[in-house]
Design a protein around this ligand. Structure first.
Ligand SMILES: [Zn+2]
Length: 239
């Protein structure tokens, strides 16, 4: 999977009024070494979180007709969102990051434990139970992931919409109460890895979930609307 990143040195140093996109291979840690056709070399941190990128990968797979792959990415996105939620809540309480990592390690290989962590932190924060996972969607996900079920377009569309709505609902509450914790978690990757990379810049890409959106613009699009936007975006870059 490829990603287009604009060369910021073209804009800031050479004042070339052009976004001069460079194609890079998508990677797991969100850190990209790139070189544009003008010879500018830079290290770029993508600010977006793993769960945001995974959801977009799912949407792209969906648009290309790879429904099994789409379901798998949406499911992974939801799991990584639980992790982001837990980390952000704890960061807002100034819990030592090393202690957080030590604890996460105990649940890192078992997603059911992670969901348990999410449910109880959610209850503790908001005084009410999180939305329960919909049985139908959980069964659908398990059939696809574990039993090789080949999903239909409509089922996949419904599942993607369900995951997006679930994330939006919880993320809105998280952002409203723990803005500082969310920012800390978003910036942490740079704080930890930054010094190793020397000079670097951070860029934000407009994902479907788009955690860096303003509060009044966050979480107000349905999955179908987001797919429409992605289609237009793709057509623009295909020119
Ligand atoms: Zn450049």
């Amino acid at each position: 999977m490829k990603l287009l990143i604009s060369c910021h040195k073209c804009l800031t140093e050479d004042k070339i009024n052009d976004l001069n996109f460079v194609e890079v291979e998508m990677c797991d840690d969100g850190i990209y070494k790139m070189k544009c056709d003008k010879g500018h070399e830079s290290t770029i941190f993508i600010q977006e979180q793993k769960f945001e990128i995974l959801f977009d990968l799912g949407a792209m797979a969906f648009m290309d007709g790879y429904y099994r792959e789409a379901v798998s990415s949406f499911a992974a996105s939801l799991e990584r969102f639980y992790e982001f939620f837990v980390e952000s809540v704890l960061a807002s309480k100034n819990i030592d990051h090393e202690q957080y990592l030590k604890t996460w390690k105990m649940v890192a290989t078992q997603s059911e434990r992670q969901i348990g962590g999410f449910y109880f932190l959610y209850l503790n924060e908001f005084g009410e139970s999180a939305d329960p996972a919909e049985k139908k969607q959980v069964e659908f996900r398990n059939n696809v992931i574990h039993k090789g079920y080949i999903p239909k377009r409509e089922e996949t569309l419904e599942y993607g919409g369900y995951v997006l709505k679930y994330i939006f609902n919880a993320a809105k509450k998280l952002r409203a109460r723990h803005k500082a914790g969310v920012e800390k978690t978003v910036n942490k990757k740079q704080l930890i890895n930054g010094p190793r990379h020397g000079a670097y810049s951070t860029v934000s890409i407009p994902t479907i979930i788009h955690m860096s959106a303003r509060d009044d613009e966050f979480g107000n699009k349905t999955f179908e609307e987001s797919l429409q936007r992605l289609t237009e975006f793709r057509e623009y870059f295909a020119k």
